[in-house]
Design a protein around this ligand. Structure first.
Ligand code: IMP
Length: 197
């Protein structure tokens, strides 16, 4: 059995990751469980990979356990594929404030293409091993906020091939199609081939 730490304070993400990451030979641990509930790592890098690496390396080196960290964001074509890595800081206040700002910026705009991107970094401090996995989901920004599950920009993001927002589709379906799910699938595939080789 391998212990792997999930390096995020975001309860929504911990929930999604634990749900998606049930591997028979792995026990996934939260920051609470490794007594780092109060540790904050500043996301100062200009890329998803840079920020995920900062978190995985800082926490992995502290607890001396394999650690996975992610960084994610939303990219909107009509906003020059921004806010991207700055999605959490796109507007002050709550997730709702950020959704409202994005809807205002896209008011009357026809092209509402967007994508969620997630980069996961796995870091094993004992083996000095680093692996990077990138997942994406394409979609459009809706004209108003719809649905009340999930977090962040879920109420204004309608994934390709669906007629409801992520917040309307709910956790079960989101966990099959999301950017995080896609990155985690790649991690799982790599882990499984690594464990059997
Ligand atoms: P971070 O990865 O914690 O830095 O989050 C970046 C930003 O992207 C946050 O404001 C989140 O709300 C948003 N974000 C990341 N993943 C999702 C998601 O699955 N749904 C909605 N918003 C997300």
């Amino acid at each position: 059995m391998t212990d792997i730490v999930i390096a995020t304070h975001n309860k929504g993400k911990v929930h999604e990751m634990q749900h998606l990451l049930h591997l028979e030979d792995v026990k996934f641990m939260t920051l609470d469980e490794v007594h780092l509930a109060k540790l904050e790592v500043d996301e100062t890098a200009p890329t998803y990979e840079g920020n995920a690496w900062l978190k995985a390396k800082t926490i992995g080196d502290k607890v001396r356990l394999p650690t996975i960290a992610d960084d994610s964001g939303i990219e909107v074509e009509n906003l020059g594929w921004k806010p991207g890595v700055y999605s959490a800081r796109y507007a002050k206040g709550s997730d709702k404030d950020r959704c409202i700002k994005m809807l205002k910026e896209l008011e009357g705009k026809e092209n509402r293409n967007a994508r969620f991107v997630c980069v996961i970094v796995y870091y094993d401090p004992e083996k000095n091993e680093k692996k990077v996995f990138r997942g994406e989901v394409k979609g459009v920004i809706t004209e108003s906020m719809l649905g009340d599950t999930g977090f962040g920009y879920d109420p204004i993001f309608m994934p390709e091939g669906h007629h409801q927002t992520m917040a309307q589709l709910g956790g079960e379906l989101k966990n099959q199609i999301s950017h995080r799910a896609n990155a985690i699938k790649l991690f799982r595939e790599w882990w499984e081939t690594r464990s059997t080789s």
